[in-house]
Design a protein around this ligand. Structure first.
Ligand code: F3S
Length: 530
């Protein structure tokens, strides 16, 4: 029988073990063994045997004797049915029965009994022998699965864990849940976490400690995705597979996120208020058909022309993050429909520069792509005709009177290196040039991270819509550094041919690529065989 693969994740409370374990299991299609749920199922079994937590506390010795014998007849396992994790107690799905207060209380007394722990360890080991698993807890690598092929000790500083817990509690309270005042006191939370660490590390049975062969992962300054990627790469090393690195900057930038959130917010408002009227975005909100379709299902349409603005009766018109020419902005604002302007602040800044400098008599030159929505919008804020320059040839052939006052701005997502090249050409001309490198920070960071990863990668994958110009630029940048760079829209386009020599596969994505698509690509890359 083929040997099954186990990933053991141990660490102190609040380090994010279960979130990470679930994510890793999802990516690899392993079974995530929720050991806490198994202890709960055992507690339910004890309750059904007629014991109560109060009785157990009244006479702990008698309860230990009874529970030690009774637990031998409990068969607890974990399966996936229709994508959902199911906890089985003697064959019965007990998912809906193990999250009650009564079960929680019983679980805390029952889990302290050595015979119960031994029984559950046996059951957990059986699960790991039958399937590939990711298991998290406090003694998985040391006691439950000492032979796990990948062992991780996941930790974070007390301060960071306390902050995470505090934020969680504040969010619960905002969602209308009852949160005791003590759980909103950061100092008290810190003290509790430190005490709990001490107890877990000094308890008699299976104390919390790092297995000698476990990799230490300190998540204090890491995101969930970064921690999961680190563990997935430990797995890849064991399997002799290439490492996969996803750019931190891949996917929605803050401007796109803000615009998409605003449209979903409008859709929700309209769903609650039947008098809200139609909602339309002026142009698709992002270059992603799936998101546009999803919004369409929620009643958000797309309009593209001035006639359609005129025809709209009330409701809402959303200006997307690219912005629109001033004439259209005024038309939408005065149309009688509510105008939701999600023009990115970086784009707005360019509009202001262009308006001010053209008013001062300067010739506006936009370094960007002809016909791109943002460039068209920017042109429309200049009081005099603006010129667009995209190539070195266009820059060379620009002909203005010597001494002409010129104001240069850039499309926010333009390729930084190319911008410098075109600027150098313009500066050789005898114009009076004021230069504004308006490429946005998000783009700069995305491009430089993509370049850095592509330099090291054997294969580079760039994900984004075919009509997304910022993704096209990312592809251009990566292709220069890595010959095996591919441009895909979704995981369905991925045609990875590995010959076994690859050590590193890099992934990046354009500003309008949803996370879901990036995750699907990551999954497929990790599963591709030689
Ligand atoms: Fe704004 Fe830059 Fe994104 S201009 S929309 S933050 S790519």
């Amino acid at each position: 029988m083929e040997e099954k693969f186990s990933i053991a994740i141990d660490g102190p409370a609040g380090a994010g073990k279960s979130t990470i374990a679930k994510k890793v299991a999802r990516t690899l299609e392993f079974v995530y063994v929720d050991t806490g749920a198994m202890y709960r199922a055992m507690a339910l079994y004890m309750l059904r045997q007629g014991y109560t937590a109060a009785e157990a506390r009244r006479d702990p010795q008698a309860y230990e004797a009874k529970a030690s014998a009774a637990c031998q007849d409990a068969k607890i396992s974990i399966e996936y049915r229709d994508g959902e994790q199911v906890v089985l107690l003697n064959g019965e799905n007990v998912n809906s029965l193990i999250r009650t207060e009564e079960v929680s209380e019983m679980a805390s007394v029952t889990s302290a009994i050595p015979a119960v722990r031994t029984k559950l360890v046996e059951l957990q080991q059986e699960l790991a022998m039958a399937q590939d698993v990711v298991m998290d807890g406090r003694d998985i690598g040391t006691v439950v699965l000492p032979k796990a092929q990948v062992k991780v000790y996941l930790t974070a500083s007390v301060e960071v864990r306390a902050k995470r817990r505090y934020i969680e509690n504040v969010q619960k309270q905002k969602a209308g849940k009852d949160v005791p005042a003590a759980d909103l006191d950061p100092d008290k939370i810190s003290r509790e976490i430190a005490d709990r660490d001490y107890r877990d590390m000094h308890r008699e049975i299976s104390p919390l400690k790092q297995a000698e062969d476990a990799a230490l992962v300190d998540s204090s300054d890491m995101t969930i995705d970064e921690v999961a990627e680190t563990i997935l790469n430990l797995y890849a090393s064991k399997k002799g597979r290439p490492q996969v690195i996803t750019a931190k900057t891949a996917g929605f930038c803050f401007g796109v996120q803000k615009a998409v959130d605003a449209v979903y917010g409008e859709a929700l408002r309209a769903a609650r208020d039947s008098s809200a009227g139609p909602i339309n975005t002026f142009g698709p909100i992002i270059h992603n058909e799936e998101v546009v379709r999803d919004l369409q299902d929620k009643g958000v349409g797309v309009i593209e022309t001035e006639e359609e603005i005129d025809a709209q009766q009330g409701g809402t018109i959303v200006i997307r993050s690219h912005g629109v020419p001033k004439r259209l902005y005024d038309k939408i604002s005065g149309s009688g429909a509510k105008c939701v302007d999600t023009t990115c602040t970086f784009v707005k800044r360019i509009h202001e520069i262009v308006q001010k400098e053209s008013l001062a008599g300067k010739k506006i030159i936009i370094i960007g792509n002809h016909g791109h929505a943002e460039v068209e919008g920017t042109k429309g804020w200049s009081l005099t005709p603006a010129a667009v320059i995209e190539t070195a040839e266009e820059a060379r052939s620009l002909s203005l009177d010597p001494g002409t006052p010129v104001c240069v701005v850039a499309q926010t997502t333009f390729n930084g290196e190319k911008f410098e090249e075109l600027v150098a050409i313009l500066q050789k001309k005898s114009y009076n040039v004021s230069m504004n490198n308006t490429i946005c920070n998000a783009t700069r960071e995305r491009q430089s991270e993509a370049r850095e990863i592509a330099r090291r990668a054997d294969i580079m994958i760039v994900i984004g819509g075919k009509s997304s110009s910022n993704t096209a630029k990312l592809y251009e940048i990566c292709k220069k550094e890595c010959n095996r760079t591919c441009f895909i829209q979704t995981a369905a386009d991925l045609d990875l041919k590995l010959d076994g020599s690859e050590r590193l596969i890099g992934i990046t994505a354009g500003a309008s690529t949803p996370n879901k698509i990036i995750e699907e690509v990551q999954k497929d890359v990790r599963r591709t065989d030689f």
